[in-house]
Design a protein around this ligand. Structure first.
Ligand SMILES: *[C@@H]1O[C@H](CO)[C@@H](O)[C@H](O)[C@H]1NC(C)=O
Ligand SMILES: *[C@@H]1O[C@H](CO)[C@@H](O)[C@H](O)[C@H]1NC(C)=O
Ligand SMILES: *[C@@H]1O[C@H](CO)[C@@H](O)[C@H](O)[C@H]1NC(C)=O
Ligand SMILES: CC(=O)N[C@H]1CO[C@H](CO)[C@@H](O)[C@@H]1O
Length: 519
């Protein structure tokens, strides 16, 4: 298990010029860049707070399990901010940022939010025009539970918040969450998309395996209703423990696999499970040599560990919906260098580089298989450069781009550009100058965000009545590439039309028995 303590107590306040911090001896806001206007970012660069259930000290916390995907999401925001700064989109205005780690915990997210908005260590009265926090909008959080908590607080003063991943349906309720926006659809659309996909291919007899957590239960119920409406019948429903440590987990998965094997008429199986459980299930399926078509929920529709697992090509066709993906030109090169712009601080980058090259990791790798060491697979793609240089910024290689699906980060690009478009309007910018006042109360930006409508990479982006983008989902086909699979976009789900749009010719069909599909 990877762990780290936050050593950078007051860094963020020094950079922001906010003077002393009275309330917190430790800060999880580890990355900052100065600017005329600051964007706050809430991400879970670590996945866990250690021993939180036993904690009594409000100041001490210890985050563990460095999370690569979240880390790369923060980098996508930084990269986009730098792109905007280096363009003349907001002439004379420099965007900066403050990035805080929530450690995937709602309480921590709230604490970080408070720190972002604080002036001289206390929360400002945002109705007073002379007291404005430098942070004017927040991108985040990752999990719905965190976003819900933070949004309650931000709504008090109408500070705009844009999440790129929180899909809980309740966040569409504008009575409760008036300052919340998101670049992804509410969950209610996903099960409809899945049912429509099945109806499109005439898969009218399908099985479902889901987790026993709240999310899994809700998604199952929602799918069953949507399937009925689309005239898709369920051959079986199986539930497995969501908790990976559950002692019944392996036994249940074996039972489920037996059941799938015995019901050969149900050629299509929907898996509403987290990545780790799908991995366990697929191992058994491969062992038993069972051929089916698998449908992914968004939790694993773009999982690189699964797409590259051993013998993945023994499985049949795999489809899933993902949040819309798109290009971020230059980002891969950026991830291979990770150089800090002058004036910026980024403890997360330093921690990442340190973790990969720490003596413990190196030693562990000498003695053990990769999977038994912190940061699983961490040497798989390491170049010699990665750990042999003493100068941190020089330690570069392809690790991040080989281990994280980069196009997943498109939401970060969209969220950042949304804020930039709202600013362009609020600050009355033309091609050479922005005339508006830089120090404005955040609610003024909220007003402008509601009105944005821009074109990017052939997509049209605006927030609907529930403050979500309406761009739906991409349909992803796991095409065979060598021994692995790669994600190929072969269609989409159009929310407005409630219909799947599929380019049949782009699909890499594995199942040779077409009658299964086209009865
Ligand atoms: C914050 O503290 C500094 C230094 O004590 C002071 O100059 C400044 O006016 C304070 N800002 C606010 C908004 O109170
Ligand atoms: C931008 O606005 C300023 C002030 O109104 C004006 O002087 C300038 O000519 C404008 N520039 C362009 C490129 O329109
Ligand atoms: C957004 O702009 C496009 C193109 O200008 C237009 O067709 C569309 O109606 C606009 N949508 C909204 C919701 O304003
Ligand atoms: C925060 C940030 O990345 N600022 C950059 C914006 O772009 C200018 C150049 O136009 C850089 O100097 C800043 O570092």
């Amino acid at each position: 298990m990877v762990s780290s303590v936050y050593p950078y107590a007051l860094g963020v306040f020094v950079v922001l010029g906010l003077g002393s911090c009275c309330h917190y001896s430790e800060s999880n806001c580890g990355a900052t860049a100065p600017g005329d206007i600051l964007i706050g970012v809430l991400q879970s660069c670590h996945s866990r707070v250690e021993n939180q259930d036993q904690s009594i000290d409000p100041q001490g916390f210890h985050c563990t399990n460095f999370n690569l995907v979240s880390f790369v999401r923060t980098l996508a925001v930084i990269y986009t901010i730098e792109t905007i700064n280096n363009s003349s989109f907001l002439p004379g205005v420099r965007l900066g940022y403050v990035i805080c780690d929530t450690c995937a915990d709602a309480n921590n997210a709230l604490k970080s939010t408070e720190q972002m908005l604080a002036i001289n260590g206390t929360l400002p009265n945002l109705c007073d025009a002379t007291e404005q926090p430098a942070v004017k909008a927040i991108i985040g959080a990752r999990y719905s539970e965190e976003s819900i908590t933070v949004s309650r607080f931000l709504s008090l003063n109408m500070v705009p918040q844009i999440s790129t991943t929180s899909t809980a349906a309740i966040l569409s309720d504008k009575q409760r969450f008036p300052s919340f926006f998101r670049t992804v659809p509410s969950d209610i659309h996903q099960t409809r998309a899945l049912a429509q996909l099945m109806a499109y291919f005439n898969w009218t007899w399908v099985g479902v395996v889901s987790g026993d957590d709240d999310y899994g239960k809700a998604a199952l119920q929602s799918f069953l209703a949507d399937a009925e409406e689309a005239r898709v019948c369920t051959a079986f429903q199986e539930v497995v423990p969501h908790n990976l440590n559950d002692e019944n987990s392996d036994r249940r998965i074996q039972e489920v696999v037996k059941h799938i094997k015995s019901l050969s008429e149900a050629q299509v199986v929907l898996l509403i499970l987290k990545e780790e459980l799908v991995q366990r299930l697929f191992k058994e399926i491969i062992k038993e040599d069972i051929n089916r078509t698998w449908i992914a929920s968004d939790a694993w529709s773009l999982s690189l560990p699964l797409a590259t697992m051993k013998n993945i090509n023994m499985l049949g066709d795999i489809f899933g919906f993902s949040f819309i993906k798109g290009p971020i030109p230059g980002f891969e090169q950026y991830l291979q260098r990770l150089l800090l712009a002058t004036g910026t601080v980024n403890q997360f980058i330093e921690e990442y580089k340190d973790l990969r090259c720490s003596p413990e990791v190196q030693e562990c790798l000498h003695k053990n298989h990769v999977n038994q060491c912190p940061l699983p697979n961490s040497v798989k793609f390491a170049s010699h450069l990665a750990c042999n240089l003493s100068d941190l910024p020089e330690r570069n290689d392809e690790y991040l781009i080989r281990n994280v699906e980069i196009e997943l980060m498109y939401g970060e690009k969209l969220a950042t550009w949304s804020i930039a478009y709202a600013l362009q309007s609020l600050l009355k910018c033309n091609q050479s100058v922005c005339l508006g006042e830089r120090n404005f109360p955040p609610w003024k930006l909220l007003q402008e965000l509601k009105k944005i409508n821009f074109t990017m990479d052939n997509g049209q982006f605006f927030f609907d009545n529930s403050s979500s983008f309406t761009n739906g989902y991409d349909l992803v086909n796991w095409a065979r590439t060598g021994d692995a699979r790669t994600f190929k976009v072969v269609g989409k789900f159009n929310i407005m039309k409630n219909a799947v749009e599929i380019s049949d010719n782009d699909i890499d069909w594995i199942t040779s028995d077409k009658t299964v599909r086209l009865t």
